[in-house]
Design a protein around this ligand. Structure first.
Ligand code: SPV
Ligand code: MG
Length: 544
């Protein structure tokens, strides 16, 4: 692969039109400059100093300037041309500087013929020039130090800045080219481009030229192109723009004690994430980060209510998940439990009164309220990767239980409550569960969440055949996700539309997919009847 330095050298030396570089002081600035299609980044000494809140006068060390240049270089794929002031000392410092910058992947350096420590060219007063001989020696040291000709060394002539006139500027430029510089940056602080025009005319394209039109912005790109300029540097305009924007929002926030008025003129946090590569990092994590288990939670909450009694009235305008339970909706409580268990990717499938379903921090998908629960789960097909937790929208489970449940690594697991109450059985058709190898009733166990293997799940099972009740949570590990998908693909479209979750779990068993049962004696509740609802409210009233 061609290095940035090699391709920049080629473009700079043969430029038919001037390349345009923009000044920056950090990786973020460099990223924005690249996004806008500029040819390169100018690692500006003025900007880097200003961003440290110190004068542009070699207050910082070479290492500090280099670190920033490297950061800008790493931020993207366009070349970085570094402002290295006077080379940070004499010819020995220059030798060291060139090695460091070249090794860091910087494409070129621009070194100025002032005395160390320099002062920014626009600051009135001391602008001391090195002798031609001394600076030529530094250029020769720079040339000898570079490992490859691709690394460009551009000499910056400060004679016009120091008020030494056109003749001196031309003399210096010629001497520097003869000492091996690859190009000349001729700098001016004049408000009009006249002295630059005069220089360009006399110079007559003898060697590549770089301009920094900070004080003479009226000089057009066309004129610079026709005068044979190879590169233009807009050295500090992006920093100046950001200072103005920051003043603007800071004063509004101070005055209003609020950010409302400025929200629509500032970048979104999402935009920051994009610029800093957060999405790429997440993709990487998915691929390489094996320590953290990713569990996608899916909450089916689309079904039409088939409740009785007072619940009919309560669910007239909202699904069960949006019932208010002591100041928070059931959904909010479910999401809090999931968040506390470390789950962030949560998808709610809303159908019946779906526009009522709103919850911070979750993705709500509108699905049809017709068809079975599996049919709506299918709408979260894209979430069937890594591990998946299906969580009914009408149950609430403590985060301690969820945490222990999702720590399982069995292909398919269901959460079961071993407490079966006859009264409840009579009033509602429970999802009853029986185990393949039930423990004798008297057996003690040291396990907090005893496990078994599912034999049957069915609403019509006689109560004395059952070992527990399905709580409404199913966990699939990556292997279980695949087995689930495979079994699902084998169903006819009518089955897909109508099959209940119980039947599908039984179908998995028939396909030789074992299902683990995971017991939770306490720490869960469902909201089916108005009694359930009132009981849960009073429970939470006591504990919260
Ligand atoms: C810089 O950006 O640091 C420069 C250009 O050297 S100027 O500030 O215009 O001198
Ligand atoms: Mg500078």
């Amino acid at each position: 692969m061609t290095s940035k330095a090699a391709s920049f050298r080629q473009r700079f030396l043969s430029a038919k039109e001037p390349l345009i570089l923009v000044g920056a002081h950090d990786g973020l600035g460099a990223k924005l400059i690249e996004q806008h299609g500029f040819d390169g980044v100018w690692a500006s000494g003025l900007e880097i100093s200003a961003s440290h809140s110190v004068p542009d006068a070699n207050i910082l060390t070479m290492t500090q300037y280099l670190e920033r240049a490297q950061e800008m270089n790493n931020a993207g794929s366009i070349p970085v041309i570094a402002d290295v002031d006077t080379g940070y000392g004499n010819s020995s410092n220059v030798h060291h500087m060139v090695r460091q910058y070249e090794d860091a992947g910087i494409a070129a350096v621009v070194m100025e013929d002032k005395l160390f420590p320099k002062v920014n060219s626009f600051v009135p007063g001391r602008q001391e020039l090195a002798s031609i001989a001394e600076f030529s020696g530094k250029l020769m040291a720079a040339r000898d130090a570079r490992r490859s000709d691709n690394f460009l060394i551009i000499a910056r002539v400060e004679a016009l800045i120091a008020g030494w006139g056109l003749e001196e500027a031309l003399k210096r430029a010629q001497a520097y080219i003869e000492s091996g510089a690859d190009g000349i940056l001729i700098h001016s602080k004049s408000k009009q481009p006249d002295e630059i025009r005069a220089f360009l005319k006399e110079w007559n394209k003898r060697a590549p030229i770089v301009l920094v039109p900070t004080t003479y912005p009226s000089m057009t790109y066309l004129e610079m192109a026709e005068s044979g300029v190879n590169m233009i540097i807009f050295a500090n305009q992006a920093l100046r723009a950001s200072i103005t924007a920051m003043h603007d929002v800071l004063s509004v926030m101070k005055k209003d004690r609020s950010t409302v008025a400025i929200e629509d003129r500032i970048a979104t946090v999402k935009e920051i994430f994009e610029l800093q590569g957060m999405m790429d990092m997440k993709e990487h994590e998915k691929k390489y980060l094996k320590t953290q288990k990713t569990v996608h939670a899916i909450i089916p909450a689309a079904g039409k209510p088939n409740h009785e009694g007072k619940m009919v009235e309560m669910l007239k305008d909202r699904p069960v998940a949006m019932l208010d339970i002591e100041g928070k909706t059931l959904l909010q409580r479910i999401v809090e439990s999931l968040n506390l268990s470390g789950m962030q990717d949560i998808t709610v499938l809303a159908g019946y009164k779906g526009d009522m379903v709103k919850q911070e921090g979750v993705a709500v998908r509108q699905v049809s309220s017709e068809g079975g629960i599996l049919h709506s789960i299918e709408q979260a097909h894209d979430k069937f990767q890594d591990s998946v937790l299906l969580h009914y929208g009408d149950v609430i489970v403590s985060h301690e239980n969820i945490q222990s449940f999702i720590a399982l690594d069995d292909p398919v697991a269901v959460m079961v409550s071993p407490l079966l109450r006859e009264g409840r059985y009579k009033e509602k058709k429970l999802d009853l569960v029986s185990y393949a190898k039930p423990r004798p009733k008297s057996d003690r166990t040291m396990e907090r969440h005893p496990r078994n293997t599912l034999k049957m799940i069915d609403k019509t099972m006689p109560l004395d055949h059952a070992h527990g009740e399905f709580v409404g949570l199913v966990l699939l590990n990556p292997q279980g996700v695949q087995q689930w998908q495979k079994a699902w693909e084998g169903l006819s479209s009518t089955q897909k539309k109508e099959m209940s979750l119980n039947d599908f779990l039984m179908y998995l068993l028939v396909q030789n997919v074992p299902i683990t049962t995971f017991e939770c004696q306490t720490g869960w509740a469902e909201v089916h009847s108005s009694d359930d609802y009132e009981q849960l409210c009073s429970l939470l009233r006591v504990t919260t």
